[in-house]
Ligand binder design. Structure first.
Ligand code: ADP
Ligand code: ZN
Length: 607
């Protein structure tokens, strides 16, 4: 383990192991098998990269995505590790050369796509090599239950049959029990030691606001918190992706659309720019993100409801992998609920599956409408307990005010009841508001006692009340009758006045979450005097990244940038104290970094 600690510091430039890293690394070094479940950004890669360097021989890493492999290998080369990959982007000669290096013991890590690894030729080649371990990245791909099943992954159990003495590690950020069991069974990991880290992502700030896809609210959010940052904006439809991207561009942001309907080349270019340039915003359907390993995504925005809490966790999890502060923000409306529910209804899936999906959507809506700590609820959904409110979600930071909403609820419920449970939210609210309307007159609903009884509230205020009633399970939007609001048994005690119902105060949503609070962004909290150095270091990073044809974060990440500015190291040794700078990076970039820092001496604030 002493050797492992040394590698952590000198090669990777970090001081301490995180979470279960140390225990996992020890198990592998001692020759044991491991199943490790860690959240995105938890630091899974180091858990096999360091044992690969400590143990004799070459480690074989199975990774499902070419882009991901290439980035990892580029990053390893940057810190002086002998790494290579084998995939379809290599010519035959290049492939032979890699295999030759493998046999000659010239590699520490070799990344291979799963379908390549399990063919007989490759397995034969491996027999001639000295192997330190097998790492199976994104191991949830063996699970048919999960979201990105890869049939090739199922054949990976042959590794155990052919190389019973080589330790194996399977890692994933998908934690549910069923997937875990499938991984153990499919990969023959019965003997493996299992490590499950907490899935909390404390650096992520959660904010969920209402409003139907408010572009202005999005712009405010980006301008107040994330000017110039890289981010992802998720939309439900391709059309909305395109609209949002072009609108943001007009507002002066670097926004690009990404969805399955675009030309593959256009999509590829967008992804490439997102990875390689600073400050690109991708507007995307959920088709975007899988396998995106960019550590410095500073925000993820949802313009609509995601499908489930699982999707929400996964999509928001793409923010802040580097551990620095990141914001996730959602704006949604009842229309999203109806839309998603009708997609579930209209799908070809079996009844059981539909029920599960509908249930998942309800759970998500509950998360959106609740008035206390989001993180407690989010982790609770995955079976984890958080003792204290987190202090880093919208509800913790500015607790919503509650009022006794029993009477309002009764007005709405009785409108539903008296109109025969056949109408959607818009119509019901029109009745409550006492709107002059032919359809209402024709139906005789202007004669109802409730007609005009809700005139004290605006339409959006009423919509908000309806959403809370839906989230609480008092009514539901019936997709089969075009989103008509219907009553459930649960509403009876409220209608009869036997139960009080606390609701959030239907004031207009506060637009800027950042106005009163401390902002949740990292580097930009710089003082004005630090800005020139920040800009100069970023320019250096961009130039080095272009010259080396690697993404900027592979040269050095935002955490390194921040420490360089804070500590202003002035010697090679001082550089080694900076997170992310090990000996190779010091030797390679040290001189340039020190020069830039020297050119920008700290200016003391004027008296
Ligand atoms: P995962 O694959 O679990 O999403 P990564 O392995 O990509 O996460 O690691 C996420 C980020 O955290 C990377 O930038 C990595 O270099 C950094 N990191 C990992 N372990 C440590 C550590 N012990 N100290 C500091 N940074 C770390
Ligand atoms: Zn909280």
């Amino acid at each position: 383990m002493q050797r492992a600690q040394e590698i952590l510091e000198k090669t990777f430039g970090y001081d301490a192991f995180r979470f279960d890293q140390a225990d996992i690394i020890k198990t592998l070094i001692d020759g044991g098998d491991v199943l490790a479940l860690m959240p995105t950004g938890g630091g899974k890669s180091l858990t096999y990269q360091i044992p690969a360097l400590v143990r004799k021989g070459c480690a074989i890493v199975v990774s499902p995505l070419i882009a991901l492999m290439q980035d990892q290998v580029a990053a390893l080369k940057q810190v002086g590790v002998k790494a290579a990959f084998l995939n379809s982007t290599l010519s035959q000669e290049q492939g032979f050369e890699v295999l030759q290096n493998l046999r000659d013991g010239k590699l520490d890590l070799l990344y291979i796509a799963p379908e390549r690894l399990v063919n007989d030729y490759m397995l034969d080649q491996l027999r001639y090599a000295d192997l330190s371990l097998f790492a199976i990245d994104e191991a949830h791909c063996v699970s048919q239950w999960g979201h990105d099943f890869r049939p090739e992954y199922r054949r990976l159990s042959v590794l155990h049959d052919h190389f019973p003495d080589v330790p194996r590690i399977a890692v994933t950020a998908t934690a549910d029990e069923r997937t875990r069991e499938e991984i153990i069974q499919q990969l023959a990991l019965g003997q493996a030691k299992t490590f499950i880290s907490s899935f909390d992502r404390p650096n992520i700030r959660y904010t969920i606001t209402e409003g139907n896809g408010g572009r202005n609210a999005l712009a405010k959010f980006i301008e107040s918190e994330h000017q110039g940052d890289a981010g992802i904006v998720y939309c439900l439809s391709r059309k909305k992706v395109e609209e949002t991207a072009s609108w943001l561009s007009k507002q002066g942001h670097n926004a690009l659309p990404y969805h399955a309907g675009l030309d593959p080349q256009v999509r590829q270019d967008a992804q490439e720019r997102f990875l390689r340039e600073d400050g690109i915003i991708i507007c995307a359907t959920i088709a975007f993100g899988m396998g995106i390993d960019k550590p410095d995504v500073r925000f993820v925005a949802h313009m609509n409801l995601p499908k489930s809490i699982e999707s929400y966790y996964q999509e928001t999890g793409r923010a802040g992998r580097d551990g620095l502060p990141a914001n996730v923000w959602m704006s949604y409306g009842l229309q999203d609920v109806i839309q998603l529910r009708s997609w579930v209804e209209d799908s070809d899936a079996g009844e059981e599956h539909k029920r599960v999906q509908a249930h998942k959507l309800d759970a998500l809506l509950g998360l959106c409408e609740q008035s206390d700590c989001r993180r407690i609820a989010l982790l609770g959904y995955f079976g984890e307990t958080l003792e204290e409110p987190c202090g880093n979600c919208d509800n913790c930071l500015s607790p919503p005010e509650m009022y006794d909403g029993t009477v309002d609820a009764q007005k709405l419920l009785s409108t539903v009841y008296r109109t025969g449970q056949m109408f959607g939210v818009g119509y019901l609210v029109d009745i409550l508001k006492g709107k002059e309307d032919d359809r209402i007159k024709r139906n005789g609903h202007d004669q109802l006692k409730v007609f005009g009884m809700g005139d004290d509230k605006t339409n959006p205020q009423w919509s908000r009340i309806v959403r809370q009633l839906v989230a609480g399970g008092y009514v539901y939007a019936d997709v089969e009758s075009y989103g008509a609001i219907k009553l459930t048994d649960k509403c009876r005690p409220v209608l009869r006045g036997e139960q009080t119902l606390m609701l959030r105060i239907p004031v207009k949503a506060k637009l800027s979450p950042a106005r009163k609070r401390k902002s949740n962004r990292p580097v930009f909290n710089l003082s004005e005097t630090d800005k020139p150095l920040y800009d100069a270091l970023k320019t250096l990073r961009t130039n080095l990244s272009k010259a080396g044809n690697v993404p900027p974060y592979v040269i050095f990440g935002d955490a390194t940038l921040e420490e360089l500015i804070t500590f202003r190291p002035d010697t090679g040794d001082a550089l080694l104290m900076i997170t992310g700078i090990g000996e190779t990076k010091r030797d390679r970039y040290g001189k340039m970094l020190l020069e830039v820092i020297a050119q920008h001496p700290k200016v003391e604030a004027a008296e």
